[in-house]
Design a protein around this ligand. Structure first.
Ligand code: SF4
Length: 191
């Protein structure tokens, strides 16, 4: 039996869900899974909110564009079964978490997301490159992670969060391993 259950961003188990042309994360995904399995984690794959909204040929967007009532409602529906599962595991005293997200994602960022006032017609925009450069990495959760946290809060469930920085994989992997080592030293028991 696994020692705990973690919630993992969809694309770390299925990199094909990422925006076409994204950097290859297959190696990073394999190393994350190795750490999780070595630490006896059961893994719940979070849904990919962007794939289920815009499909595989979606453009990369900013949090500003996704932060609408429509996308939030979409995320609420997706979060519901995740929160249901969290509640059921808690009811049976199974240690839970962390939620592992993707730093910089407008949907799945945990502490960092990309933001900027994008939008509008592309083909007629002579200023497109300058517009694209307005995107910034800002300290904030992505929309899906915000909605998931609100849904967990409503059920009084508190879970750790952990953000993977894809551009700094070694540091992220080191911190993830440390996260589990600390829990072993503390001697975590079923709650
Ligand atoms: S929306 Fe989330 S799960 Fe989907 S590709 Fe982006 S970071 Fe990965």
């Amino acid at each position: 039996m696994p020692d705990r259950v973690v919630f993992l961003a969809h694309c770390f188990l299925n990199p094909q869900a990422k925006i076409q042309g994204s950097p290859d994360i297959a190696d990073l995904s394999g190393k994350i899974l190795k750490i999780l399995l070595e630490n006896k984690c059961g893994i719940i794959q979070l849904p990919c909110p962007e794939l289920l909204h815009g499909g595989l040929s979606r453009w990369g967007q900013t949090k500003y564009q996704y932060d609408t009532i429509f996308f939030r409602r979409h995320c609420e529906k997706l979060a519901e079964t995740i929160v249901d599962q969290a509640e059921e595991y808690q009811r049976h005293q199974v240690p839970l978490g962390p939620i592992i997200g993707v730093e910089g994602s407008p949907s799945c960022g945990v502490t960092l997301t990309c933001d900027g006032p994008w939008g509008g017609e592309l083909s007629e925009n002579d200023n497109l490159l300058n517009k694209i450069r307005e995107v910034q990495l800002v300290k904030s959760r992505g929309v899906f992670m915000e909605v998931l946290q609100l849904s967990l809060d409503h059920r009084s469930i508190t879970l750790d969060e952990f953000g993977i920085v894809e551009s700094d994989p070694d540091n992220s992997l080191h911190k993830l391993q440390n996260y589990f080592c600390k829990r072993k030293i503390v001697g975590e028991k079923k709650v």
